[in-house]
Design a protein around this ligand. Structure first.
Ligand code: CLF
Ligand code: SF4
Length: 519
């Protein structure tokens, strides 16, 4: 299919692209939103040191801006079933509504069904700003379906940003088409730049009617991925690189990957944990390959942060995910339901809603800055983690027992910095608490000093305290960062007065049986 070229998608001049990419390379802070006063690309207080054209692209993209992910949603449409490579962490053979792993979806869609679904979701969820194609296979191994979907959405819902995630093998062949469709955001999953390491991750790739294996396959893949990355950044398209951290295979090597992708103009690096269990039926699951612990993952992300912007809020979404990152509303939008739905796509309503969201963001950032000023002059090396139960909007607005995940913030005299999230199984089972799930939830946040909740019952409170984690419900329905900074200030006061002694916490578990996605 020949892509239609839309107005306004002209390739910028080389000089302009050079300026912008230079600014990207120098920019730090996206996805970290620290309280250090350093600009964050998710900050509603301003665009900081970001060029306006980049700011416009990231400010309401939930994956490219950590701050935006509290407010804006994305959706994926599963129009791309085939894949042209095999990853040892992927099995697309079966679906489970409670699990997400590479390629797991409930329904595959035609481009026409996908376009209808986008309109249905956009009418129901006005904060849905981004449509991504991320599988269940590789979007560029299914170029007709992928680009037909983009064409239809460009026509019917032009305010929605288009996003694409690929393994990169076919990328160099499609860069011009991607640019022609005004796609501003492309993710490439790059797990290695050394074919010897790649041979341990990819058993084969299929290229120009031929199957390649071993080091030869990995060499072909890495060459094509890096070529595609360079071609995209030359055209001013924002590129995010996803890497799966596989302990003992590529964990140490990912520092080198980070340098390689930064030098080619990547905007953001997202290092995700391998989630691997035998029941997933993947090669790594069946051979007992473990994923990283929470501390191992954070240490690697921290070590790469000096080099470039790191994403830490990825939820490793399903290929048909709908909603805010961390929530999944895909069951509300099955094909049957969409066909029966009265779709009322109203741009004005969407804009009005988003204007309200922007007001909330400004208020949130102002509250954080005000609280941060109370830490001025504090001298302490203490850094600690806290967990937060939230339904979104940057508020502590979820009950402990209803939380499906906890967001994790690092607190220091620099402020509150989002550093990750932990998925957990529901503790509250409607009238009673599941003790086993409580234990796994505590293990998931075992590296945290406190957990901030809107409400919590007596039993879990006691168990958390026994585990050394302070349940904090005094900031119910208040802003997360402002509250966390206020709590940290009082923690420091208690340490300084000798009322409590600061102790380091242990490691935490990343829940197995969550998901991995090609996105
Ligand atoms: Fe989807 Fe990916 Fe676009 Fe986001 S997801 S195609 S960039 S709109 Fe986001 Fe999901 Fe992580 Fe992907 S949280 S898996 S990074
Ligand atoms: Fe293909 Fe993605 Fe699965 Fe890898 S993870 S085999 S690229 S669908």
């Amino acid at each position: 299919m020949q892509a239609s070229i839309h107005e306004g998608t002209a390739v910028p001049s080389a000089a302009k692209v050079g300026e912008v990419m230079q600014a990207i390379a120098e920019h730090k802070g996206c996805g970290t939103s620290g309280g250090s006063g350093k600009a964050s690309c998710g900050s509603a207080a301003g665009q900081g040191d970001l060029p306006t054209e980049i700011w416009e692209k990231v400010k309401n993209h939930p994956c490219y801006s950590e701050e935006a992910h509290h407010h804006y949603a994305r959706m994926h449409v599963a129009v791309a079933p085939a894949c042209n490579i095999q990853c040892n962490y992927c099995n697309r053979k079966y679906d489970c509504a409670n699990e997400s792993r590479p390629g797991v979806v409930s329904e595959k869609l035609t481009p026409e069904q996908a376009a209808k679904k986008v309109l249905a979701v956009a009418s129901t969820i006005p904060q849905m700003t981004v449509l991504g194609i991320a599988g269940p296979g590789d979007p560029l191994a299914n170029p007709e379906k992928t680009f037909k979907t983009f064409e239809l959405i460009n026509k019917t819902a032009p305010d929605i940003k288009l996003c694409l995630s690929t393994n990169g093998l076919a990328l160099p062949d499609h860069v011009d088409t991607i640019a022609g469709f005004n796609v501003d955001h492309v993710t490439i999953t790059i797990n290695m730049v050394d074919p010897e390491i790649g041979a341990k991750i990819y058993p084969w790739v299929f290229w120009k009617h031929k199957r390649y294996t071993g080091v030869e396959a990995a060499k072909l893949l890495t060459d094509r991925q890096l070529q595609g990355l360079e071609m995209l950044t030359e055209r001013g398209i924002l590129c995010k690189v996803n890497s799966v951290m596989i302990p003992g295979v590529n964990d140490k090597h990912l520092v080198e990957v980070n340098k390689a992708v930064k030098s080619r103009g990547a905007f953001l690096h997202n290092i995700m944990p391998l989630i691997s269990a035998p029941e997933h039926g993947t090669v790594f699951g069946l051979t007992g390959q473990r994923g990283p612990t929470a501390q191992e993952l954070k240490a690697l992300q921290d070590s790469c942060e000096g080099e470039m912007n790191m994403m830490r809020h990825c939820r490793q979404c399903r290929a048909d995910a709908v909603g805010l990152l961390g929530e999944d509303r895909s069951a509300e939008f099955t094909t049957d339901k969409i066909m029966a739905m009265e779709v009322n796509y109203d741009l004005d309503t969407r804009k009005a809603y988003q204007a309200k969201v922007e007001e909330e963001r400004v208020a949130k950032v102002a509250a954080k800055q005000e609280e941060l000023s109370t830490l001025a002059g504090e001298m302490s090396d203490i850094k600690l983690l806290v967990a937060v139960a939230t339904k979104g909007s940057g508020l502590i607005n979820e009950h402990f027992g209803h939380a499906k995940e906890f967001q994790v913030y690092e607190l220091s005299t620099s402020g509150a910095k989002f550093v990750g999230h932990r998925r957990v199984d529901l503790y509250c089972q409607g009238g009673f608490g599941d003790e086993e799930n409580l234990e796994t939830a505590i293990r998931a946040i075992n590296d945290c000093h406190a957990v901030f909740v809107a409400k919590i019952g007596g039993c879990p409170k006691a168990d958390l305290l026994t585990a050394g984690i302070e349940p904090v419900d005094q900031f119910a329905h208040e802003f997360i960062e402002k509250s966390a900074i206020a709590w940290f200030k009082s923690y420091l006061d208690k340490v300084n007065s000798g009322e409590i002694e600061h102790v380091e916490r242990g490691d935490a578990e990343i829940r197995q049986g969550a998901l991995i996605s090609a996105a």
